[in-house]
Design a binder for this molecule. Structure first.
Ligand SMILES: [Zn+2]
Length: 332
């Protein structure tokens, strides 16, 4: 493993995300008006970089499910939720699961909804934090650090959690779910989705983040959305952000049916609601997928921060809009 000195200078510039609060929103039924959208907070690129740095450090040995390294990652994520001030989901941030394929802990936190009706509906924002551990050595390096896959999505969920906490405004319940054992076949997310279903949770949409560490090249949109045609989620993201095209259908992703290949699909299976993944890995802009070279030096925290800021208005809408209408999911 080559030694890396991660320089925070580039991202420090972007650390100007202020802690704007929307204290006046709770008395305002028009929650998603342009006036209020303008007050949405920005993400903190430095914190995103710090989270990716720790999660992808050699110390965690590639975060393989069942390893000591992934338990260190889980402890770190639990402490991050605690420092942000978001409550555990259920009795504990650690939501254990065990089946014949894998055992581990999902790390899950919740912000209860403020509206007496909408609080009965739940939006799940998720990402997997596990990776593939130790693999065949290349030039003496055998640690698959999993910086882009998927410390990036994990750090992005944490950033979104921090933004909602600062806002102190979510009419629906928001569950922030960091999954283990994705790499074993969506095991952690399936177990959590089933546990949530069994406990009567009314999930109305699931938004998943995967591999947002490198910008796409030559596209006029900043992310793509898997299962694009399965719902109007993409339209919501684009309508709610007036500054840029947030997301689109990527043909290559559709051909590979990425819709079924990440944790969003577990929630689709269990709840049959819009459940989709945002990503910027387009198969041409990152060569280290599942290789020992997936290290922090290959991901761009400034880009990740821009992704979070770009998608936040759409998530805010789904979390707060009174008459949220999401098209029925069609079978792909
Ligand atoms: Zn992944």
């Amino acid at each position: 493993m080559k030694k890396m000195i991660f320089i925070l200078v580039a991202v420090t510039i972007a650390a100007c995300g202020t802690s704007n609060r929307i204290n006046d929103l709770s008395n305002n039924t028009s929650t998603t008006s342009k006036k209020n959208r303008a007050k949405l907070p920005s993400s903190n690129a430095t914190q995103i970089a710090i989270d990716v740095q720790y999660l992808s450090s050699d110390e965690l040995m590639g975060r393989d499910t069942g390893s000591e390294g992934i338990e260190m990652a889980a402890k770190y994520l639990k402490e991050r939720f605690e420092s942000i001030g978001i409550q555990p989901y259920g009795d504990s941030y650690m939501q254990p699961f065990k089946n014949d394929k894998a055992s581990g802990n999902n790390v899950v936190a919740v912000l209860n909804g403020s509206d007496k009706e909408l609080m009965k509906e739940t939006i799940v924002i998720g990402a997997h934090y596990d990776h593939i551990g130790i693999i065949q050595a290349v030039a003496g390096d055998s640690i698959a650090n999993g910086a882009n896959d998927n410390a990036t999505g994990t750090a992005s969920v944490m950033a979104i959690a921090e933004m909602f906490k600062k806002l102190d405004f979510n009419r629906r319940k928001v569950v922030f779910a960091l999954f283990s054992a994705e790499e074993k076949g969506l095991v952690g997310s399936r177990e959590l989705a089933k546990q949530m279903k069994a406990s009567g949770e009314n999930v109305v949409a699931m938004i998943n983040l995967e591999m947002t560490g490198t910008p796409m090249v030559g596209k006029d949109y900043i992310t793509y959305l898997t299962g694009y045609d399965t719902s109007n989620m993409g339209e919501i993201f684009n309508k709610e952000n007036e500054n840029r095209v947030v997301t689109a259908k990527l043909e290559a992703a559709a051909q590979m049916n990425l819709f079924v290949r990440s944790d969003n699909y577990a929630f689709y299976e269990v709840f049959k609601v819009p459940s989709q993944t945002l990503s910027t890995f387009d198969f041409t802009n990152f060569d280290e997928y599942h290789k020992v070279g997936d290290e922090i030096s290959g991901v761009n925290a400034q880009h990740m921060s821009e992704v979070v800021d770009a998608v936040f208005p759409g998530i805010f809408f789904m979390v707060n809009e009174e008459g949220l209408k999401m098209n029925p999911v069609t079978n792909e």
